[in-house]
Design a protein around this ligand. Structure first.
Ligand code: CAA
Length: 381
């Protein structure tokens, strides 16, 4: 446990750790092979408060702030990566966008249910032609009396097959670029909304992903998040916090891989001694531990700044870049240290290696994080 954390967060860290080890880790294989997360697992995570941990109590959250959220998410990473995906997509992104943009009527209508997983949310930003260049999305919204008619499609939408509520970003005026983008909350039963089949992925089995199609989908004006044209800023402010959570998850995933690698390095004997006695293995362990320590400090620092109300765009990008690139290296060395066994489905290391690959892509690729960081540096110059 981390003695530098305030006492309530140390307690949170301990209780989430035991919950994950006792209730989630034993379900890991079932989730991987069935490619679904059983409802009782979602309910158990909701019972632990994991869907609302970083949100204010006024909106139905647990009130632990972003630092508390990151502390919990790091522990959650000890089980399947897909478990956090449900939370990250539902409240980390969908719920956060509603909370950031408002108005209060939408916060009151949706957040209490999202933060307790009574309803699951999804975040509809990416499109077939607008991934990294999210500002050029093509889904359109046009005003029609007291509603908007939305047409278009979204791609790679985490949770879409199981979601009850979607935040959807659409443009009112493509000529206005990102300033034409407006955000909406859309309920699954809305006529004109079609959810595609679950996509098959390299990893993150259990986490569902699908396309969304909108055919003259009528969304009441009261379902608009923020004002017309504010959608892109709401999307990026949401992603600042999403990237921080992802970084915390990467730290937890890397930590667990390091622990398994240390254990294996002590137990596996080759050339008459444990492989951990060979310098080649020691260097891999030392590099992993050093990177994890630095990444964790970055996560805690960025989260604390967010809790103090600072804008963390650049810091969150640095933290996501550093932590997710680190996880890629730690996952690779964990497979290397485990040798042939690391490549076998029999051991969870193989799953963790596949799961680790997406961190450098979703919620903004490593290349986009560098773009964000550099933009901040040059703007200050
Ligand atoms: N917060 C608030 N406002 C912001 C902002 C932020 N973090 N970043 C930029 N803005 C503002 C700018 O100040 C600017 O406003 P003004 O015009 O008023 O000055 C406006 O937004 C446009 O900014 P840019 O000109 O910098 O925008 P851009 O079009 O060049 O794009 C980008 C910037 C950083 C590349 C952005 O498009 C981006 O982050 N792309 C990656 C998208 C992404 O992460 N997608 C992930 C999808 S979600 C996902 O992955 C979920 C999942 O699966 C679970």
């Amino acid at each position: 446990m981390d003695p530098t954390l305030p006492e309530d967060l140390q307690l949170l860290q301990r209780s989430v750790r035991s919950f994950v080890e006792e209730q989630l880790v034993p379900r890991a294989e079932e989730i991987e092979t069935s490619d679904r997360i059983p409802r009782d697992v979602i309910d158990a995570m909701a019972g632990m408060g994991l869907f609302g941990i970083g949100f204010r109590e006024e909106v139905g959250g647990q009130g632990f702030g972003k630092l508390g959220y990151c502390v919990a998410v790091e522990q959650l990473a000890r089980a399947n990566a897909s478990l956090w995906n449900v939370i990250g997509g539902s409240t980390g992104l969908c719920g956060t966008a509603i909370d950031i943009g408002g108005p209060d009527e939408l916060r009151t209508r949706y957040l209490p249910d999202l933060l307790t997983a009574k309803r699951i949310g999804a975040y509809g930003l990416s499109e077939p032609g607008a991934g990294s260049d999210a500002g050029r999305l093509k889904t359109t919204a046009r005003r029609d009396g007291d509603a908007y008619l939305i047409d278009g499609a979204k791609t790679f939408i985490t949770n879409a097959p199981i979601a009850d509520v979607f935040t959807v970003f659409a443009t009112l005026d493509r000529g206005a670029g990102s300033k034409g983008i407006t955000a909406f909350v859309v309920e699954r039963e809305t006529p004109g909304l079609e959810v595609g089949p679950n996509d098959e992925k390299m990893g993150l089995h259990g986490s569902t992903t699908a396309q969304l199609y909108f055919h003259e989908m009528r969304v009441p004006a009261a379902q608009r998040i923020g004002a017309d044209g504010e959608g892109f800023k709401i999307a990026l402010r949401t992603l600042d916090l999403g990237r921080l959570g992802l970084a915390a998850h990467a730290v937890g995933a890397a930590q667990r891989l390091l622990e398994a690698s240390i254990e294996h390095a002590k137990a596996r004997v080759q050339f008459g001694k444990p492989i951990g006695a060979h310098q080649a293995i020691q260097w891999m362990l030392a590099d992993a531990a050093t990177g994890i320590h630095a990444a964790r400090l970055m996560v805690h620092d960025t989260a604390s700044r967010a809790d103090r109300g600072e804008r963390v765009t650049d810091r969150a990008a640095m933290t996501k870049l550093f932590a997710t690139e680190l996880l890629g290296r730690v996952a690779d060395s964990a497979v290397q240290i485990h040798g042939g066994m690391g490549y076998m489905r029999e051991l969870w290391i193989e799953r963790a290696y596949r799961d680790a690959r997406i961190y450098r892509i979703y919620e903004g690729t490593s290349e986009i994080q560098r773009v964000v960081i550099a933009a901040g540096l040059l703007a200050d110059a």
